[in-house]
Write a protein that binds this ligand. Structure first.
Ligand code: ATP
Length: 308
């Protein structure tokens, strides 16, 4: 009996762990998926990546037929370039990612990655190619090491640590009494919004996909930490020639983008570099002016959330 119970106990532990992981993956999918993903076409092929260029062509989309989000959205992100999408709240910035990840299909028009219509490729290969740092990242009731490892399940501890270093959160983790073994998530240690965002960035850097999507990924950070993190992210993206899309309310995070797309009421109203858009004195210019005057008032109050 003793001989038998040992392996059974062991199996029990593995089983419980597997169940927990599956459960967590389910939670993740439920949180992220929002609805049933469209199925693959019978002849769908894996996405063949050639640098990760993105093209939206005359895309129309509505969550509800009586309220169109996009009527005719077209834009292009060349392979290896950094594009920022800005615009008033609710104009459809996050929806761009939901369409790109195929949570929904456009009602009209097409989306291409490296020339391939994304509705024609295998969903799994599409999602493997894209990494996202969403507005609010789910953390699981597990330790920090596991939480970051969700980016790539076969990553070693050293690779996880390397990712957290790049995401400027390694030193913060090290200072915790249990370090990387600190339990986070619903019943775990309460961590700040900024720490959570940096763990989410570490997760996506570990995944290291061809295309990265940052949806307000640094909004909870103070100006200094945000600046440091953006500098790291930018140099990594450049070094690896990754294609990226940034959504940001704080325009100072998009100043260096190769191109800024300004959305309003579901359409691109302006696009260009920061300097070009300032010169154009349109919507971007007025958003910039407005933020600059707000920041002048708010900045001295900020509490630095820095890695020291
Ligand atoms: P913000 O800057 O405030 O994050 P956004 O520009 O990213 O906004 P989206 O999240 O893309 O905007 O949403 C665009 C519009 O679609 C909003 O009016 C939103 O209320 C609506 N919307 C978003 N998700 C859904 C959904 N699942 N079902 C119905 N309407 C939705």
């Amino acid at each position: 009996i003793f001989q038998l119970s040992l392996p059974l106990n062991f199996l029990g532990t593995i089983y419980r762990e597997m169940r927990q992981n599956l459960l967590d993956m389910e939670v993740l999918y439920k949180l992220v998926e929002e609805n049933q993903a469209p199925k693959d076409l019978p002849d769908a092929k894996p996405l063949a990546l050639q640098g990760g260029s993105i093209r939206f062509e005359n895309v129309a989309f509505a969550y509800h037929p009586d309220r169109p989000i996009f009527r005719n959205l077209s834009f292009e992100v060349p392979a290896g370039k950094k594009v920022a999408v800005v615009g008033p709240s609710g104009c459809g910035k996050s929806t761009i990612f939901r369409l790109l990840f195929r949570f929904y299909n456009p009602s009209f028009g097409q989306i291409f990655i490296d020339g391939q219509d994304i509705t024609q490729v295998q969903l799994e290969s599409l999602r493997k190619a894209i990494g996202v740092v969403p507005q609010d990242t789910p953390l699981f009731h597990q330790d920090i090491m596991h939480n970051v490892r969700y980016g790539r399940l076969d990553a070693t501890d050293a690779e996880v640590v390397e990712a957290t270093r790049k995401a400027n959160v390694h030193r913060t983790i090290e200072k915790l009494p249990l370090g990387y073994k600190t339990q986070v998530g619903e019943r775990g240690l309460m961590i700040s919004g900024g720490e959570k965002q940096r763990l989410a960035v570490a997760r996506v850097l570990l995944k290291d996909p061809e295309i990265l999507f940052f949806d307000e990924a640094t909004s909870a950070l103070d100006a200094h930490t945000e600046h440091e993190l953006m500098r790291n992210i930018n140099s990594l993206l450049l070094e690896k020639a990754r294609t990226s899309i940034f959504i940001a309310h704080r325009l100072r995070t998009v100043v260096e983008a190769d191109m800024i797309i300004v959305l309003k009421e579901g359409e691109v109203v302006e696009q260009g570099t920061h300097e070009e858009l300032l010169r154009a004195k349109g919507l971007y210019y007025s958003m910039w002016q407005q933020q600059a005057s707000l920041e002048a008032v708010v900045a001295p109050e900020e509490e630095p959330d820095v890695e020291v």
